[in-house]
Design a protein around this ligand. Sequence first.
Ligand code: SAH
Ligand code: SF4
Ligand code: F3S
Length: 437
Amino acid sequence: MKYVKMLTYGCQMNFSDAERIEGELKKLGYEATDEMDKASLIIINTCCVRETAEDKVYGKIGEIKHLKRKNPDLILGITGCMAQKEGDRLIKRAPHIDFVLGTNKIQQVVSTVKALSHATSKHIVDTDINESDMPEDMQISRKGELSAWIPIMYGCNNFCTYCIVPYVRGRERSRLPEDVVAEVKEVAAQGFKEITLLGQNVNSYGKDHKKASFAELLEMVDSVEGIERVRYMTSHPKDLSDEVIEVIKNSRHICKHFHLPVQYGSNRMLKAMNRVYTVESYKELVAKIRASVPDSSLTTDLIVGFPGETDEDFQELLGFIEEIRYDQAYTFIYSKRSGTPASEMPDQVPDDVKHERLSRLMELQNRISLEINQSLLDSVQEVMVEGPSNTDASVWTGRTSTNKIVLWSHDGDEKPGDIIRVRITQPQTWVLKGCRI
Ligand code: SAH
Ligand code: SF4
Ligand code: F3S
């Protein structure tokens, strides 16, 4: 038996790629393992969206050096966004790496590992992005049995000035609707109950091939028998269409959760970030969503410490957050990515100011999250059962359509995938605790 250990960092797209890499490697007889020591192939599937993500990867590459000394046949590969960005610089820095495959080369993993297993010379690097190559027909080794990732488009054309993703994932290209629907039917037949459609900017789906828009694709997957919940990410506020809102409103299975990354709450910063919308147009969009889908939740991503951010901008952001009242916000400190326009901008914000702003923002958001969750006290929520929680096997966990995590005492007959009713008795900032009814 041969084993592969994969370490994956970054976003859901990377986790979805990892499932495909592991699936393909089965063709060579590799089984997945969690133990580094057992593996004869280690692949680090990397992210470079922030410097901290890259630091973690360099740390891991360093740790693996001693394993290679113990087992000279061990193959170490780097895939994902940092592989795309750094290419053979990675090998120059750490010659114990055997191969580097870019983001559009995951289909090559089998031929690469095969070549390295037989060759005496090592080191294969391939980071070409040929945007006409669509990774279809790959074997997939899915994690879990309930929830499946389904990529619908690759790449990004938006070039937000802080962001490295368009440089490492290439231009937008959408899968054909029939391929997406076939994959959804396949996972439904395998017993999966929830799907998450993935893309950097799902609202642009189909703008290239014009075979279906995102709204039309949502309608198609909503009607696949057996799928109880449909999620998607990420949605860029600049092109969330009325049709999409209408489809969600009338759908049976599309979750009432809008993740709509705003990134900032002042027009000056939004312009500098090249986000295209304004604070006013974003607020109108939120009002439209809340009017059409009243019980929906709203979450966002925010960046503090973008170059040129002043105290006034930051105050405006806090006011904006108070006004919108997000259910949750994923807050990040701006990280300079070389090659992006923002990295060259003057007035980079000092680290201590960034940290101070982040903690004030988080404090405000946590208060709002708690207040919103407290308003759910005594309400009855429909929860899709996931299984025992990590800390206590008698306490089970699941999520609402609005993507809130619910915890309750397991009473025997509920199984993963069931939709049960839970009365909320103890709402907290991050979770809702309750009793099954
Ligand atoms: N395509 C998605 C997001 C991909 S990256 C979207 O547009 O929403 C996920 C999040 O990382 C972004 O929403 C942003 O908030 C954050 N991010 C991206 N680049 C960053 C950087 N240079 N520094 C800090 N955070 C960043
Ligand atoms: Fe990055 Fe902006 Fe594209 Fe999202 S939309 S991946 S933040 S460039
Ligand atoms: Fe990271 Fe690449 Fe995703 S940079 S966030 S893994 S697209």
